[in-house]
Design a protein around this ligand. Structure first.
Ligand code: ZN
Length: 307
């Protein structure tokens, strides 16, 4: 009986986590006022801010590599901003993970001729569709042209054009089960995707889709090995970050993991953990409000109960 009750509770939590992880669907948003801001990172590499995940643009001598594509309705504005940087074609659009605020541009950019590149679980999740727990609405599978045309399963691969090289590395089970982080060594630009943010807030762990705080720690440990004090860190959301921001975020993750894992090992239920509020001192800094603090507890606890 207890097993059944707990399975039901987990199903409910998994659904709410999808809601917490996912932005409002593109159809519900008004993109008319969004402006794309371009920031020069040096070495023919640029940061684009609009609505949704931050975009990185690396210009080679014969084409462009782009990391993340925000929402489909922003395609024309994003493309116009990139054309101002360079008239060369966008050859590759790298997806850091499947969430729609990062992959929405796949369809229109691939129709233009770009090849979307992702870890294979991105393709699987986009092809299958996901669910919105609050409204009960499902996000349908994306159109075939929006599925990444090139995928890899693990380790690292290189994507190159016109003298620019992006090294893509799969982070197992971090923000989702399909995370890729990207390093442009020539420009010393590191793109973390949503494994971390630089809003100084807890970052969503989409454990219902394979996310796990332990993977986020492994990935941020890897970032710290690659980054130096001059590295420009492009987090999925928030302003441009530095190695010091990774250090701070990584330390927070480790403290959180230690406290929650201990309670999980003691057999505490999710309700008991929430009642204890074991992250209260951290919440003051990292949680936007009480709801976000509780949501983060659920997501970290859920990391240890992934099915
Ligand atoms: Zn995300």
């Amino acid at each position: 009986m207890k097993r059944v009750a707990s399975a039901v509770a987990w199903a409910a939590l998994a659904v709410s986590a999808i809601w917490l992880a996912g932005p409002a669907s593109a159809q519900e948003r008004d993109f008319s006022k969004v402006q794309i801001k371009t920031i020069d990172l040096g070495h023919n590499t640029y940061r684009l801010e609009g609505e949704g995940g931050n975009i990185t643009v690396a210009v080679g001598t014969d084409g462009i590599i782009m990391v993340d594509g925000q929402f489909a309705p922003l395609h024309d504005k994003i493309k116009a901003a990139i054309t101002k940087i360079s008239p060369l074609p966008i050859k590759y659009l790298i997806n850091t993970h499947f969430h729609g605020d990062h992959t929405g541009g796949n369809g229109p950019f691939q129709t233009d001729g770009a090849i979307a590149v992702a870890q294979d679980n991105v393709r699987v999740r986009l092809a299958a569709g996901t669910a919105n727990g609050v409204t009960g609405a499902k996000t349908p599978p994306v159109a075939p042209e929006a599925l990444p045309k090139q995928t890899y399963t693990g380790g690292s691969i290189a994507v190159e054009t016109g003298g620019r090289k992006a090294v893509l590395t799969h982070a197992n089970n971090a923000h989702t089960d399909g995370d890729t982080w990207v390093y442009f060594a020539d420009a010393n630009v590191l793109c973390t995707g949503d494994i971390m943010n630089n809003n100084k807030r807890y970052q969503t762990i989409d454990f219902a889709n394979g996310g796990d705080i332990r993977g986020a720690i492994r990935a941020t440990d890897a970032f710290l090995k690659i980054a130096n004090d001059d590295t420009k860190v492009m987090t999925g959301h928030g302003p441009l970050a530095t190695k010091a921001d990774i250090v701070e975020y990584n330390a927070m993750l480790k403290t959180v993991r230690e406290r929650i894992e201990k309670l999980v090992k003691e057999g505490k239920s999710l309700d008991e953990v929430i009642a204890m509020r074991p992250l209260k001192d951290l919440d003051a800094k990292w949680a936007a409000n009480d709801e976000a603090a509780i949501a983060y507890l659920k997501m970290v606890y859920g990391s240890f109960h992934r099915s």
